[in-house]
Write a protein that binds this ligand. Structure first.
Ligand code: ADP
Ligand code: MG
Length: 242
């Protein structure tokens, strides 16, 4: 379970997250919506321990990300996929995927490689295992990125706008994989602008506005009521997205 309590994050004089409370339960898919600059990526980075909190607390399976000794345990539990281009360019798909399992989990190389090839096959990239990132399309690279996160056998996947740099066809390739993972019960925290997709796969939608988490509702209610009680900000956001 991911639990954020009264989270605050400040950059310089700007408060980017304020009093954010969020719980993600095992098996849940939670989508974070919000305008550009509302703090979505910062929240994901805080959950992953990439940003120091200025207030509040985040635990992942009871491990406090602010405590150096517990952060490693927390990190092991969440696999993160970012927007694009975070594969190592000098490594093949398999090498990118096996790096952390070999280095961090101390998995035997042959075993890790077999698993990487199986993962790649499961996302339709069985024949691209030995390609370098520059030889892959954006959609293929993102699928490798997802495999790399899955190779660490995380309890949670954190996905930050993983399709926003992709054209519609490649976006569909990646969303199909995510839909499959969701159907298998993978716990996911998902930042996306793909509203219709979010509607299909999410159990809950939360809405960030200027660093505050102003809505947290089951998906059906979020859409039926424009964020609950016809929240004008959510209505405006959704009308721009559609
Ligand atoms: P979103 O992902 O919702 O678009 P971000 O979390 O990236 O929003 O950013 C929220 C706010 O924090 C923005 O105003 C952004 O400019 C600011 N911000 C993000 N990262 C930094 C940083 N490292 N230093 C200073 N300001 C930052
Ligand atoms: Mg962002």
């Amino acid at each position: 379970m991911i639990k954020a309590e009264n989270v605050k994050k400040v950059f310089g004089t700007v408060t980017v997250l304020e009093d954010v409370n969020l719980t993600v339960n095992p098996g849940e898919v939670v989508t974070i919506l919000g305008s550009s600059g509302s703090g979505k990526s910062t929240l994901i980075r805080c959950i992953n321990g990439l940003e120091k909190l200025d207030g509040g607390r985040i635990t992942v399976d009871e491990f406090d990300v602010a405590k150096p000794k517990e952060l490693a345990e927390a990190r092991k539990r969440s696999g993160t996929v970012f927007q694009l281009f975070n594969l190592y360019p000098h490594m093949t798909a398999v090498q990118n995927i096996t790096l952390a399992p070999i280095e961090v989990l101390k998995r035997p190389r042959a075993e890790a490689e077999q698993e990487a090839r199986d993962l790649l096959a499961s996302v339709g990239l069985g024949d691209r295992a030995d390609a370098f990132p520059s030889q892959l399309s954006g959609g293929q690279r993102q699928r490798v990125g997802i495999c790399r996160a899955l190779a660490m056998k995380p309890r949670y996947l954190l996905l930050d706008e993983v399709t926003s740099a992709l054209d519609p066809e490649m976006t569909a390739e990646v969303l199909n994989i995510l839909a499959k993972l969701a159907a298998e019960g993978t716990t996911m925290v998902f930042v996306t602008h793909e509203i219709e997709f979010a509607r299909q796969i999410s159990d809950r939608i939360v809405f960030l506005e200027k660093g505050k988490l102003v809505v947290d509702l089951p998906t059906e209610r979020f859409f039926a009521e424009d964020g609950g009680l016809a929240n004008p900000r959510v209505a405006q956001f959704l009308s721009k997205m559609r």
